[in-house]
Design a protein around this ligand. Structure first.
Ligand SMILES: [Zn+2]
Length: 83
């Protein structure tokens, strides 16, 4: 992960991390532009949203939907896949 200093735009590094939850943490950063800046700051790293769920969850959701269908509708699905 590339960290950019919010003050000078130079490269910065993560010096430590404080994890709050499995999907959120504070990243303690130090600007590497020691002669012109040298700022230290904290970025928050957090999961925003899931684009594609894990395959196992997708399969569980699909099975739940299929099981909720009336028997006649489930039979039509089998016809679609050649079963
Ligand atoms: Zn800087």
């Amino acid at each position: 992960m590339r960290i950019v200093c919010p003050h000078c735009g130079g490269k910065a590094v993560i010096t430590s991390r404080q994890t709050h939850t499995p999907t959120a943490a504070d990243l303690y950063c130090q600007c590497r532009n020691t002669m012109g800046c040298g700022a230290s700051f904290v970025y928050t790293l957090a999961l925003k949203h899931v684009i594609n769920p894990p395959v196992a969850i997708t399969a569980q959701l699909a099975m739940a939907v299929i099981k909720a269908l009336p028997a006649g509708e489930r039979a039509k699905l089998g016809d679609l896949w050649g079963d």
